[in-house]
Design a binder for this molecule. Structure first.
Ligand SMILES: [Zn+2]
Ligand SMILES: [Zn+2]
Length: 104
C-alpha cells in the first residue's frame, strides 16, 4: 500500500474510511461492512489515494498529459523522412538514429 494525499499536502497520516464495525450492546463484534474504498489525509482532510492499487491508471493519465514528442528526422543512411518516437531505429533500413540538431 502506498497512500498519498490527493491534495499533495505532504501529510503522512491517513484514516481508513472503508470499514464500519458494528458492535452489540455488550461490545461483541457482529459484522462489518464496506462503506467506500477510500482513505482521508489526517493532515488536511483531503481524500488519499492508494498509489499501489492504481498505478496503471495514474500512469495512463500521465502519459495522456505528456505524450512523447514525435521528432521527424532524415535517416542518414537511406535519407528517408522518419518519425521517431521511443525507438531510435529507421523503420525503412533499420539504421540506428540519433536526434540531429538541424542547423539554421
Ligand atoms: Zn493532505
Ligand atoms: Zn533508413
Amino acid at each position: 500500500m502506498l497512500l498519498m494525499c490527493a491534495n499533495r499536502c505532504g501529510g503522512a497520516l491517513f484514516r481508513a474510511l472503508f470499514a464500519e464495525v458494528d458492535l452489540d450492546s455488550g461490545g461483541e463484534y457482529q459484522h462489518h461492512r464496506i462503506l467506500q474504498p477510500s482513505y482521508i489525509c489526517l493532515n488536511c482532510g483531503s481524500p488519499a489515494l492508494d498509489l499501489s492499487e492504481v498505478p496503471g491508471e495514474l500512469r495512463a493519465q500521465q502519459e495522456e498529459d505528456e505524450p512523447p514528442p514525435a521528432v521527424e528526422i532524415l535517416c542518414p543512411v537511406c535519407e528517408s523522412l522518419v518519425v521517431i518516437g521511443s525507438d531510435l531505429e529507421c523503420p525503412n533500413c533499420g539504421a540506428f538514429l540519433e536526434e540531429i540538431e538541424v542547423e539554421g
